[in-house]
Design a protein around this ligand. Structure first.
Ligand SMILES: Cc1cc2nc3c(=O)[nH]c(=O)nc-3n(C[C@H](O)[C@H](O)[C@H](O)COP(=O)(O)OP(=O)(O)OC[C@H]3O[C@@H](n4cnc5c(N)ncnc54)[C@H](O)[C@@H]3O)c2cc1C
Length: 336
């Protein structure tokens, strides 16, 4: 392995190896036999080929924020950490595409293309640290996937290392698939089909207008009614999220987000798109929130103000840590 990645990028020290013993699912741990930190696709291919030749198990790791244990190492295997491969290799603002390495953090992609009036739409709450490679493996989404879709809707091509150590491409970078959709199959396969070493992502034009509405309710049911009414009116908000009293209280204590005191539910509705469309939808959303019994409605179009309101929701995961040192996160689906 040292021949492939260089001695400083191969970790064997037992204490250092323990750094990698789990991901965000901290109840499951295993110390890997070896950790390697490759810096090129060819190095990843070399490591995987060597593992395949000797029948050694391997696991890829991005930033280790996964909540399903996908990056938990094999105690007799090699953990291949992608965090040194973190460059944005190419930005094509006309074709609205970028080629990135898998270890690049989600938010860095948007930062690299913002000056072109573009952004990378999938926005998991962990986007400051999680890697695009991890996003591909988990098919991650975030608050804005309601309108903009999940990672699978924003990946146009992948260079991968197959389990036998060959480098190959899935997808041709256009997003148009004829025949078997191997790109779609790989996205969300949790690292079981190979290791992504380059990712062609779709870039989205930044919307002309963005407006965030916060509505506070005395019951969860009333907030839920507003959600159904908004969707029923044919509006697809960029994001629509609701928090209950306990999560509001936890977020308030953690980041002082200034949500209305004593609310049983806070609903956040973000609208984006052409200014005229957002303005029209805003009036409808406002009246539907009111009709459902909102006791307070705030609206913000200023980016700083919006970020302040979102801070409560985006910190909710970490904020719950203040209530209990150990908890299990579950994503449920509740019919509208
Ligand atoms: C505070 C917090 C908030 C979160 N919010 C969200 C959210 O809103 N939405 C959401 O979807 N998730 C969320 N997550 C979960 C997590 O951040 C995502 O699943 C993220 O995509 C994982 O990325 P990672 O780089 O940390 O991957 P890791 O945890 O390192 O790995 C995840 C999986 O990807 C595989 N993998 C990593 N890199 C590659 C690669 N290059 N090629 C192939 N396989 C690879 C690993 O083997 C593993 O199976 C959150 C997590 C935390 C801690």
């Amino acid at each position: 392995m040292t021949d492939i990645c260089g001695a400083p990028n191969v970790i064997t020290d037992p204490l250092e190896l323990r750094t990698y013993e789990c991901d965000g699912l901290t109840s499951h741990r295993a110390t890997p036999a070896l950790v390697v930190l490759p810096s090129t696709a060819e190095e990843v291919a070399g490591v995987v080929a060597l593992c395949a030749e000797h029948g050694v198990p391997f696991v890829a790791r991005g930033s280790g924020t996964g909540l399903s244990g996908g990056a938990v190492p094999h105690s007799e295997g090699v953990l291949i950490v992608m965090s040194r491969m973190r460059r944005v290799l190419e930005v094509d603002p006309v074709a609205r595409r970028a080629v990135v390495e898998p270890g690049v953090t989600n938010l860095s992609v948007t930062e690299a293309v913002r000056s072109y009036g573009l952004f990378y739409a999938p926005d998991p709450s962990s986007q400051v640290v999680c890697s695009v490679g991890g996003n591909v493996a988990e098919n991650s989404g975030g608050a804005h996937c309601l309108k903009h879709g999940f990672t699978v809707n924003h990946v146009l091509g992948l260079e991968i290392v197959t389990p036998s150590g060959e480098l190959t491409w899935l997808g041709d970078g256009t997003g148009v698939v004829s025949g078997y959709d191997l790109l779609g199959a790989f996205t969300g396969s949790e690292g079981t089909l190979g290791i992504a070493t380059k990712i062609i992502v779709k870039l989205t034009p930044a919307p002309e207008a963005v407006h965030l509405v916060l509505a506070a309710y005395d019951s969860l049911e009333a907030g839920g009614r507003a959600v159904s009414d908004i969707i029923g009116a044919g509006i697809v908000p960029a994001a629509i999220e609701m928090m209950d009293a306990l999560s509001i209280e936890a977020a308030e204590a953690a980041v002082h987000c200034g949500y209305p005191e004593g609310a049983a539910a806070v609903l956040l509705v973000e609208l984006d798109g052409p200014a005229a469309e957002v303005e029209a939808e805003l009036a409808t959303v406002h009246s539907l929130c009111e009709k459902a019994g909102a006791r307070e409605i705030r609206a913000a179009d200023d980016p700083v103000e919006r970020a302040g309101i979102w801070a409560g929701r985006k910190s909710a995961f970490a904020a719950v840590g203040r209530l209990s040192p150990a908890y299990i996160v579950q994503d449920g689906v509740v019919p509208r």
